[in-house]
Each structure stands twice: as C-alpha cells, then as structure tokens.
Design a binder for this molecule. Structure first.
Ligand code: ADP
Ligand code: ZN
Length: 730
C-alpha cells in the first residue's frame, strides 16, 4: 500500500480532533481496526477512523503506530459511519463516542477472538449404530454416544467432562467411526425446552404486522394501548427477519425489563438471543458483543448503549417504550438512543419500529407530518378489558398517611376477591419534608437547594440530589419545637398499609429496596407468583411490566406533575398516569384505577381520562406549536456549574457574546439563567438555552460556537457541557 498513508486515530480523550500517526509497518490498517499508539510518554489503544495522505502537522513530527490489534475491522463501515454521525451531531469528541461503542475489554486493547465452544452432535450414522453391540465391546463409548444422542442440542465439552473422565479420547474414537461430529456452538443458546407457539394474532395485530415492510428504510410508530399485544407484533417481525437470515436489534428502557422480555423471546424464537446492558460483567458483555459482531446472535435485546452494537446483517431496529426518558444519556456523551435508532435505520436502509402506549410528542408529530407510518392497536389483546379510572377529590376525602377512605375500601374489596393491588407513588423515603410547626422552618440540604427527605429505617435525613445523609433531628434547630414529617414517600405508605392490612404481604419496589443485585427481579417474581398481594413502588414499576393478577391500581399523588416548570411536565405526567393505570386488569379480570388529586377539575386530567392519551397528545401538541416548543422547534442547552456564582455567569455571558457573533436571527437565546435548582452538591448551576425553528441552521451555528467555547478564557473555572435536544431543562 501507499507508503505516504497517514492514519487518523480516535483516542478516548476529551478533544474534538483525531490523532495523526504513521502506520506501524508496511501494512496500512483500515478504518475500524484498533491500533496501539504512543501517546505522550505512554501508550494507548485507539480505533482508526480514517486513512489519508495529508496532515496539517509536519511529517517529521508524526509518530509511528506501534501495532495493529485486529486483522479485520472490528467496527464495520456502517457502524463507523453511525459513530461519526453521532460525534458530529452531538458535538462530542469522536474518541469518546467510539469508546462508548466498544466493550471495556476491547477498549483496553484486549483480544477480540471469540473463545469457540465445541459442541458434539450425533450423526445420522451414529443414530443408526447398534448401541447394544457397542456396549458389549466398548461400554464407555456406548455411554457417551447415548448421552450425546439424547441431548437435543448435543453436548459441549464441559458437559462431556461431567459425563466421563477421559471423554476426549472416547469422543475422538466415535468421531473416527463417523458417529459424532464437532460443531462450533454457542452453549448458552442451547434449546432445552421446545418452542412455544404464540397466541393467534387479532385483526389489529395482523394488520400492523402486514403493514411493516421487511426491507428499505421506513419508520413506524406502533401505538398500542397497554396490554394490546405490541410484543406479539415485535415477535412476528423478528421471526420474519430471522427467516430472511437477518439480525434484529430490540432496545428496551430498563435492565429490570430485560430478563422478562428475553425469556419470552427465547421461548418463542428459534435463534440465539443475547442481551446487552450495564449489569453484565466485562466478559459477558464482550461475548454478547462478539456474538452479534460475528452474526451468531440473531436477536440483540439491550438498553440504551446497545444502539451501538455491531452486526453483520442488521435487518430491523425495534424500540420498545420509545417515550421512555432513559433512552437519553444524561451525562457525558448525551445521545438519544431512540433518535439514533431512526438515524441508524435510515443510514442502513432498514425499517425501524418505535412502540409505545404513550408515544413521545416527537413521534406523534412525526406521524402527523407523515414522516412515520402510524400503526394502531386500539384494544387490549385476548380477554383483557381497559381499566376504569376514578378520581378521588382530596379536598373532600382527606387522606391519612396518604390513603383516602375510598381507596382503602377498594383495596379491601379487591384483596377479598383475590386480586392484587398496586400502589404508585413516585417519591421514596418516609416524608419529603421535615417542618417545624413553631417557626415554619423546613430542613434543607447544606449543599443543595433542596429539602432533606426523612427516611425511617434507618432513621436519617437524606438529600436525594447529592446523597448527603445525616441523623434525623427530633427538634427544630431554631426554636426547639418537635419537627413534623410532612407529606409522604413510599416508606410512609408502606407503614400505613401494614397497619391497615396486617395479614397481607406487601412488597415495596423503589431504589432503596432494590440496591442489591438481583433484588428487582426477586421482588418482581414475588408479585408474579402471587405471593405478594400488595405492591408499592415508584416509577420503577411503571415500565412495561406485565402483572396479570393486579386488578386495582392506586395512584397516591400525581399532583406535583400538574404544575411542573418544564414544558414537558404535562407530557410526562400523562405518560406516567396511563402507564401506571395500564398495569391494572391485564389478565382476565377487569381492572380499576383510583387517582387521588387535589385538582380533579384540572384540564389535563379531564382530557386524559375522558378522551385518552391520543386526544390529549393532539391538544397538547397544538399548544406546543403555538408556543414554538419542541417538536416544533429545536433546542440546545449549554449547562455550566462552578463553586462560585461569579465565574459561572462570567463564562455564560461570554458564551452568549460569542453566540451573538455567530448567530443569525433564526437562533433565539434564553439566558444565562440559574437552573431551577441553582445549587447542587455545593456547586452553582446555570444555563443558556438556544432555540431555533431550523435544525440545520442550529447545527451549523452550534458547530462554530462549540469550537469557540473551548477557547474562552473563563471556561477553565467552570464545568460545562452542551446538550443537543435536551429532554430536561435543568
Ligand atoms: P404489550 O406489549 O402491548 O403491553 P403484550 O404483547 O405483552 O402487550 O400482551 C399483553 C398480554 O396479552 C400478554 O399476556 C399476551 O400474551 C396477551 N396477548 C397478546 N396478543 C394476544 C392475542 N392475539 N390473543 C390472546 N392474547 C394475546
Ligand atoms: Zn444535597
């Protein structure tokens, strides 16, 4: 190859450029291959992003790469293209973007060979062999042959070891006779149980399945009420892709959700299904990654970062619960996996299906504009009926420890009839406020503009923003009155329920009760098995779980979402209410939902409960359009924080000054302004919001501006980041 070639290497450092090197020897690596390079006084592993003939540096100053680590590109052109696009769009250092796509082992320079596991299978000849005759002459051979023949997926080496010592010699002898063969196999994918058949699709499911084309780019929004059988549609689509020899990527919002969904896929799909999420060990992650990279894995089910998984033959991307906030990474490389799913599908010319009972307004607007094709599942599948939702007016029905009389009566009624009860409150701890009845003082965190939350077991005050914890005082530090816990969190509801229903077993699911590994799954299992009758929890419970025994859902308090400061608060609240309510009556018995509120006349609640999420979304979108908020405009948020207010606002003022030099009048600027919670973890926070009706103009502006920001003298004293398409404004 050309001796003048220069390789441009992406290294995981927070700079926005690539690093130029000369090739290690005569062989010029290709984009996507890893190389080891000298870096300062040390060495680093990087990925070749491009090979060129030109450099802005004098050639004599270029250093030589030390070694090529892969004989083939580890990241293929499709994936490299997506990563480059992402680095450009989110204005994030390319090295860090590429690092996000690699498992830790490969990032550190580890070997990318898949340890092949050998699987022994019986041949047709082996099946016909006369076992009795063999048993009389070579009893151990007969035993091994029988063991392999009776295992439906054959036996791996380690399974053989369990059967017989010295199995290797025996297996080789049987292989020579033509009765056994070796295959490369993926042991975890062996299918012990027979495939399950799915339910017969109803008309709406069949129509949705029909409508989706198998090839070429097109985006679909599968809008199906909770329990309408969206997963069955995904399974149908997956089966079609697999029979065509292609792979499918399925994104899900939560790790907690993966085991259930993966089990279901494995029972139904006759091909290897692998999972990718942050709960895997480095080794497991590497294996899943390579399985997908080599095309063994046909279905990859993963959380956010799986959007960067490698494939040989990606045929379709499915994003379940596409409205979920967790698809947006909220620190560092702030990408949206949902948005990148559409980008990746368009670039790879494959279909993408976004599914939700409560689609994001962005996706709804895209169907209205005919950019996405809308598929609808208007009714619950099978025998399940939609739940009835009742508002309980807290002004008329006072709550004690969070529970009103009508809700308590309904709980008793459902429990008596063997139903399970789900109580939802999106606030952990015992009480969100400790107040002095004498002087009105509330106890606040010393490091944040936030109240300390009282926890009872153990008795502490905790700040949910910075993690500070201290012993809970009994008396007001100012006037010595006894402090009162005001309001309720899940611990307080738990105590009240235990008092009211001492015979019923209750399980609480929130971040405090699920810190240990496997705890979420254990708790969910106790609900599914019916062992726990009452289930209490936060947002963690709302994400797509199927609890067929739950017949009553109580929403303890949703009011704080009614008056949120973020333009998305009402969208979020509506999604939460519908998702929580959707946990009721998914089995054969009808469900009921009680929603306690101080504002039963609030227009949001009225539209939502009377006309459903779809109508609510359309009305709310009209308002977004008149006020020019997303999706009718595009946002970028410059966030900054600093231990002192002065340098923080100096930086943001300079940033605004810079922005004014670059911007034309299509870019609006709001701020600098303090963040809604100005102080957090002892640091002041403020922001500058950029808004434009034109995405492209905003992009061009941001690119120039971003370059200037990294040269502002005041940047050094602050920590800052640029968030493109922010989902939360603080
Ligand atoms: P979603 O993903 O929309 O919440 P699921 O696919 O999990 O819904 O389906 C909800 C329940 O309905 C599941 O128990 C599923 O087995 C069942 N179900 C789905 N489709 C059908 C169908 N066509 N006939 C009968 N039951 C169905
Ligand atoms: Zn704090």
């Amino acid at each position: 190859m050309n001796r003048d070639s220069i390789i441009k290497v992406a290294l995981s450092t927070p700079v926005s450029h690539l690093f130029d090197y000369l090739p290690a020897g005569d062989i010029v690596p290709r984009p996507g291959q890893r190389v080891r390079v000298p870096f300062g006084n040390s060495q680093r592993t990087g990925v070749v992003a491009a090979v060129t003939q030109s450099t802005t540096l004098p050639r004599t100053r270029l250093r030589r790469a030390l070694e090529i680590l892969d004989d083939q590109p580890l990241l293929d052109a499709e994936l490299m293209g997506l990563l480059e696009w992402s680095a450009n769009y989110y204005l994030h250092p390319p090295g860090e973007v590429i690092a996000a796509a690699l498992p830790a082992v490969l990032r550190r320079g580890g070997q990318a060979v898949l340890k092949k596991d050998i699987r022994w299978r019986v041949t047709a000849g082996g099946r016909d062999a006369d076992l009795e005759r063999l048993a009389s002459s070579a009893p151990i051979q007969a035993k091994v042959l029988r063991a392999v023949a009776t295992a439906p997926a054959g036996l791996t080496s380690s399974e053989m070891r369990r059967h017989t010592t010295g199995w290797q010699r025996i297996a080789t002898a049987l292989e020579r006779k033509g009765w056994l063969i070796q295959e490369e196999g993926l042991p975890e994918e062996s299918r012990e149980a027979a495939l399950e058949a799915g339910p017969r699709l109803n008309a709406a499911q069949a129509a949705a399945l029909d409508e989706v084309q198998d090839q070429g780019f097109r985006a679909y929004l599968l809008e199906g009420v909770t329990g309408s059988g969206k997963t069955e549609v995904y399974l149908g689509l997956i089966q079609r892709q697999i029979s065509a020899g292609r792979q499918v990527l399925v994104l899900v919002p939560e790790i907690g959700l993966t085991p259930q969904l993966v089990d279901r896929f494995r029972r139904r799909v006759d091909a290897p299904v692998v999972v990718m999420h942050s709960g895997l060990s480095d080794g497991q992650r590497l294996k899943a990654w390579l399985d997908s990279r080599h095309g063994h894995a046909k279905v990859v089910v993963g959380t956010r970062s799986a959007i960067f998984a490698p494939f040989t033959q990606l045929g379709m991307i499915i994003v379940d619960e596409e409205h979920d906030l967790s698809y947006k990474q909220q620190e560092g490389f702030r990408y949206s996996a949902r948005d990148l799913a559409v980008v990746r599908a368009r670039r790879a010319e494959i279909p993408v299906v976004l599914g939700s009972a409560t689609p994001s307004f962005e996706s709804v607007a895209n169907t209205l504009a005919k950019r996405y094709t809308r598929l609808e599942l208007p009714r619950r599948a099978g025998m399940a009926r939609p739940p009835t939702i009742r508002l309980i007016d807290l002004r008329v029905q006072p709550a004690h420890d969070g529970l009103t009389e009508p809700l308590i009566t309904a709980m008793q009624h459902h429990l008596d009839r063997d139903g399970q009860v789900l109580l939802f409150l999106n606030r952990r701890g015992y009480a969100p406020t400790m107040m002095c009845p004498g002087c009105g003082r509330v106890i606040e965190c010393d490091r944040c503009d936030a109240r300390m939350v009282l926890h009872r077991r153990p008795s502490i005050l905790a700040c949910h923003h910075c993690g500070t914890e201290r012993a809970a005082p009994d008396l007001c530090p100012d006037c010595d009155h006894l402090l009162h816990p005001v309001g309720q969190g899940t611990e307080r509801i738990e105590a009240a329920v235990e008092r009211l229903f001492p015979e019923q077993s209750l399980i609480r699911i929130d971040r405090d009760t699920t810190r240990r590994r496997g705890e979420i799954e254990r708790r969910l299992q106790s609900i599914r098995s019916g062992e726990s009758r009452i289930l209490l929890g936060t947002q963690m419970l709302t994400k797509g779980h199927d609890f067929p025994g739950v017949t009553l859902v109580g929403i303890i308090d949703a009011d704080h979402g009614l008056f949120g400061t973020d333009f998305r608060s009402s969208e979020r609240l509506a999604q939460t209410i519908i998702q929580v309510a959707g946990r009721a009556g998914r089995g054969e018995r009808p469900g009921e939902v009680y929603l306690q509120t101080l504002y039963p006349d609030h227009p949001l609640l009225n539209t939502l409960l009377r006309h459903g999420y779809g109508r609510f979304a359309l009305e709310a979108l009209r308002e977004r359009e008149t006020t020019a908020w997303p999706p009718y405009s595009h946002l970028a948020l410059l966030r900054a924080e600093c231990a002192h207010r002065g340098p923080l606002f100096e930086f943001l003022a300079q940033a605004r000054g810079c922005a004014e030099r670059h911007a034309n009048n299509s870019i609006q600027m709001l701020g600098p302004a303090s963040s809604p919670m100005e102080r957090r973890s002892g640091r002041y926070r403020a922001q500058l919001l950029l808004q434009s009706m034109h995405r492209r103009e905003l992009q061009v502006f941001l690119k120039n501006w971003r370059a200037d920001l990294s040269n502002l003298p005041s940047r050094r004293k602050t920590r800052w980041s640029l968030d493109i398409d922010p989902v939360e404004l603080f």
